[in-house]
Write a protein that binds this ligand. Structure first.
Ligand code: SF4
Length: 481
């Protein structure tokens, strides 16, 4: 089976006929829509890289299921080398798109479901693992993009799923049939859902006795009857719909999120990978989250490189690149960015084989990685704002460059260092704006805070993994107490 290129991928997504509620309208020709198209191009980059002369070696790998060459975005990791290469690949994608390219969620979900389904079968005699292997082999053969759907609306945060006034606040089974189940609920913050062929749905918290109907994991095509998509807004997103689109900042690429509603959707038995085994839900949540926390050590540093580059460029354009305090701020940005990358690589290098045979990251280090990501991009955005100056918030529209009357003032008063083109300087300002306060800030900042779990979730995991008893023992031995 041939690996898709970006164009073939886009055609395959268009053929699904997906629809979404967007700005108060039901949009059918979704993938030509100016709000959606940049995100589709970003996802397509993950396909094109499997064909690029310099990138194909990194993006292609042999499947452990089929023995065929596949895109690494569908790979079940077979070694710590694979785990590291995943992070390096994600950094590259962040470098070339400057945004969320969306395809990692399904990859992380697949690796988590692969090992949990195996362990569940061993404990309960279920048949999930072989079922998942067959399913994922098809995903690899067809080079599909898969969304991983975890976050439920959760309703009253002080109550369990079964205590909610509306039990649909956590996606659940509402009917059991001989050949499958019917599910109802919603998943929020679905990055890449509209650009995916398939989705893997997982529980969002560990379930307890009496919550079997909420302990459900399955896959389903994104164009299945009963699924509705509500498009998420991003700051300044309608700039993408303006005539020139020149004030967006990132001219070609962008991320997207949707809310996905399941209106009594039938899930056939062969697509179910967990169904009421409550103790397995915790493992699934933790493993998926840890893989995605590792992912942030790649993608966010890739986007961080773009922000650092734009900040260094604007410093040069402003004629202050040699000022020691400016250089120090840029060095600080590099230090923060590389610290996150180091964590992504470290949790990969310290990974281990699961019982099922695929490789899992070191949980403690993956959580440390993500906790850093909840802070460092914010500090990097602060430093970029500092270096770029107040123009970041007040720059006139770039469309003015098309108007001879306005252009003369823009060129005269936005000139800076010798030889710098004022219009190019304005574009760099817009790119920084995109990442620190525009649509790109959804992926670079808000997602860094809450994606793959909010900071407290990482603190809880770090607390659990810290092995304080061992550390106390070390201290006691030194003191001989
Ligand atoms: Fe991939 Fe990063 Fe987007 Fe998650 S946030 S899907 S890791 S690019």
């Amino acid at each position: 089976m041939a690996l898709k290129n970006g164009r073939e991928y886009i055609e395959s997504i268009k053929s699904l006929g997906l629809e979404a509620h967007l700005l108060g309208e039901k949009v059918k020709s979704l993938h030509d829509h100016p709000l959606v198209a940049p995100s589709l191009r970003a996802a397509a980059a993950t396909y094109d890289c499997a064909h690029g002369e310099e990138t194909r070696g990194l993006f292609r790998v042999l499947s452990s299921l089929t023995g065929e060459e596949i895109n690494r975005f569908t790979h079940l990791h077979q070694s710590t080398e694979d785990l590291k290469n995943k992070v390096i690949m994600q950094r590259h994608c962040g470098n070339i798109t400057g945004c969320c390219f969306q395809r990692c969620v399904g990859l992380d979900a697949a690796n988590a479901v692969f090992s949990v389904s195996y362990e569940c079968d061993r404990k309960y005699g279920t048949a999930y693992h072989d079922r998942f292997r067959r399913y994922w082999a098809q995903v690899q053969r067809q080079d599909l993009m898969v969304d991983g759907a975890m976050t439920d609306p959760k309703g009253d945060r002080g109550k369990r799923p079964k205590e909610q006034r509306d039990p649909d606040m956590f996606l659940r089974v509402v009917e059991r049939k001989p050949n499958g189940v019917v599910v109802r609920g919603a998943k929020l913050h679905q990055t890449g859902m509209l650009n995916s062929h398939e989705m893997i749905v997982m529980p969002t918290i560990s379930m307890k006795s009496g919550e079997e109907d909420w302990a459900i994991c399955f896959s389903i095509p994104t164009n299945t009857k009963g699924i509705r998509q509500l498009y998420g807004r991003q700051a300044s997103d309608t700039r993408k719909m303006e005539r020139t689109g020149s004030d967006v900042g990132n001219p070609r690429f962008g991320g997207q999120e949707v809310m996905t509603v399941f209106e009594d959707v039938f899930i056939p038995e062969e697509r179910i990978f967990l169904n009421g085994e409550i103790d397995q839900s915790e493992k699934l949540v933790e493993r998926f989250a840890a893989y995605h926390r590792q992912s942030y050590g790649g993608c966010k540093t890739g986007v961080g490189d773009v922000l650092i580059g734009a900040t260094a460029l604007i410093a040069r354009m402003n004629g202050v690149e040699r000022a020691s305090h400016i250089r120090d701020k840029i060095v600080e940005m590099v230090h923060l960015n590389e610290t996150m990358f180091a964590c992504g690589i470290a949790c990969s290098a310290m990974g281990h084989a699961t019982q099922a045979g695929n490789y899992e990251i070191d949980m403690l280090l993956a959580n440390v990685c993500k906790l850093n990501v909840t802070r460092f991009p914010y500090e990097m955005a602060r430093l970029a704002t500092d270096v770029a100056g107040g123009i970041l918030g007040t720059l006139p529209g770039l469309a003015g460059l098309d108007d001879p009357e306005e252009r003369q003032y823009l060129e005269k008063y936005f000139a800076a260092a010798e030889g710098v083109d004022a219009s190019e300087r304005m574009k760099v300002v817009r790119l920084i704006e995109n990442l620190v306060t525009g649509p790109g800030a959804v992926g670079y900042l808000i997602e860094s805070m809450h994606g793959a779990g909010s900071p407290m979730a990482q603190r809880i995991m770090i607390g659990r993994q810290a092995d304080l008893d061992r550390k106390m023992d070390r201290a006691s031995k030194i003191l001989n107490i």
